[in-house]
Design a protein around this ligand. Sequence first.
Ligand SMILES: C[S@@+](CC[C@H](N)C(=O)[O-])C[C@H]1O[C@@H](n2cnc3c(N)ncnc32)[C@H](O)[C@@H]1O
Length: 277
Amino acid sequence: MFDASQELVLTDRDLRKVVRLVYDHSGITLHEGKRSLVMARLQKRLRHHGMSSFSAYLTHVERDASGEELVLLLDAMTTNHTYFFREEQHFAYLTSRVLSEWRARGSGGPLRIWCAACSTGEEPYTIAMSLADTTPAVEFGLLASDLSTKALKAAKAGVYKMAAVQSVPLEVLRRHFEKGMGEQAGFARVSANLRRRIAFRNMNLLEIGDAGERFDVIFCRNVMIYFDTLVQQRVVGMLERHLKPNGYLFISHSENLNGVTHDLRWMAPAVYQRGAA
Ligand SMILES: C[S@@+](CC[C@H](N)C(=O)[O-])C[C@H]1O[C@@H](n2cnc3c(N)ncnc32)[C@H](O)[C@@H]1O
């Protein structure tokens, strides 16, 4: 019988195995504090299976031909921290500079944006709200993707605790959210109007060869910080290929492209542009 008070055992060998699995399948490098991180994040999975050793759990992951347990392992190991209007200068830059250039080029068709690593949805919804409020006449389409199926599920639902929408300006909140009543009290839901403008898709930045289209703007923020230079190079190369000529790439202010080879032009802090065709 499984005893919940039993201490979980994580050997150095098993820790190395987890680190390798996470790196190979997500590109994420686990740094210092990885032992306690792995213990904390994976113990729910072990408990779920009634296991008290990581060796048994890892054998289960390896033998699971469906690949489902690996997905759950990666879900548990990704850091999904995000919030509405994070690094808000970027949204102002998007709705002013990027939009005016895009209009001046008269490209036609909707503005295509990809939010790669969208986590629980706060970032793509912020993009959609910013565009809808400042340039309502501009037609746009948003693809939002992430590796974590759990984060994506939350993103699609678009339901947030009231505490999570505190960074949303009050008038924006009133315009784009519905306040939950009864059982939903204490939660706010993004309006259906906004939700239907975003296509959410499970995509692994490491595995994308060709996403099937080119974008005017790509947001890929606060994920490359978990990657080493090798993985960053691979991901930046892939993102660059997915930009239209003159397209923009937004990364995070806590990231940089030092050590990565690319043909993008630095435009503003954490903002890069592809050259004209
Ligand atoms: C810290 S969140 C950043 C969310 C948002 N972009 C922001 O800036 O607030 C990092 C996200 O990257 C995702 N991620 C990590 N590795 C990934 C990969 N290889 N492919 C796609 N998404 C990945 C995680 O699941 C997580 O949701």
